[in-house]
Design a protein around this ligand. Structure first.
Ligand code: PMP
Length: 274
């Protein structure tokens, strides 16, 4: 089953109109939520971010977060999803194609579940990455459906045998194409501040909390490509990739090319939470 508007229904009952603004303009927002053992991890944080994204683009959600939360949990239960993800999106709705907001339109909510195992191989062994210029817009804090910048960056990574692209504006590292980026240097963690240039990742937030609990100092400060290449450890975070060590950047090993001590400790603490 899937969620369409406010009903759980069969997938074939949900139709996307050819004049849906999400389809034509990318005029909408989304979330990806991880489900562990049948329970949606950090659901409220995702819903709060969903509301914030909606507010930032003046998109009126058709019902409140409490109702949405209930419906999503019903969806997970109905589909008997043990381990996987929930994809949730809303578009500004259907209207004759014209850039300004339509006078009258009703946002369209869709959600569905996907079974997925944890990416154990990458969590264990780390991933290869490459750096690329961040060509995205200046409101990366909004989780918008416009993902062409991310799509192009991820495709290039794939073509180079890498699992992620680390993006930079001039010399400043912002984030990954679908992840946040951390580095460790001399026992301290660094990650880009949660401003308009990055998505305020939920997993990033979890790592900040875990680091605080564990007494690991963190600076939410932007760092450069040079800092990245000189780091003791680098890792990326996201809902689906969790806390994944980076063992190579642009063909150069990070540290001794195996996951470092800090990332291992954070991964262990994260496992405890899920
Ligand atoms: N940055 C970008 C650009 C992303 O697309 C994502 C994942 N959607 C993240 C960071 C990680 O966010 P989260 O931890 O909430 O999944």
């Amino acid at each position: 089953m899937i969620l369409f508007h406010d009903q759980l229904t069969k997938r074939e009952n949900a139709q996307v109109d050819i004049e849906d603004r999400g389809y034509q303009f990318g005029d909408g927002i989304y979330e990806v939520i991880r489900v562990y053992n049948g329970k949606a991890f950090r659901l409220q944080d995702h819903l709060d971010r969903f509301q914030r994204s909606a507010d930032e683009i003046s998109l009126q959600l058709p019902y409140n977060l409490e109702r949405l939360s209930q419906l999503l949990q019903e969806l997970v239960q109905t589909n008997q999803l043990a381990d996987g993800t929930v994809y949730l999106q809303t578009s500004r709705g259907v209207a004759p194609r014209s850039h300004p907001f339509p006078e009258e339109s009703h946002s369209v909510i869709v959600a569905y579940t996907v079974e997925a195992e944890r990416p154990l191989n990458h969590l264990q062994n780390g991933i290869r990455t490459m750096t690329q210029p961040d060509i995205r817009w200046l409101r990366c804090d909004i989780k918008s459906l416009n993902l062409l910048g991310a799509v192009l960056a991820k495709q290039k990574a794939k073509e180079h045998g890498c699992q992620e692209s680390i993006l930079h504006r001039d010399e400043t590292v912002t984030e990954g194409s679908s992840t946040n980026v951390f580095l460790a240097k001399d026992g301290q963690l660094f990650t880009h501040p949660a401003n308009n240039l990055i998505l305020h990742g939920i997993t990033r937030q979890v790592v900040l909390e875990l680091a605080a609990d564990m007494g690991i100092p963190v600076k939410e400060e932007a760092f450069t490509l040079q800092d990245l290449h000189r780091a003791d450890e680098v890792f990326i975070t996201s809902t689906t990739m969790e806390i994944t060590p980076v063992i190579e950047i642009d063909g150069t090993p990070v540290g001794d090319s195996t996951p470092g001590n800090l990332v291992r400790r954070l991964q262990a603490a994260f496992e405890h939470q899920i």
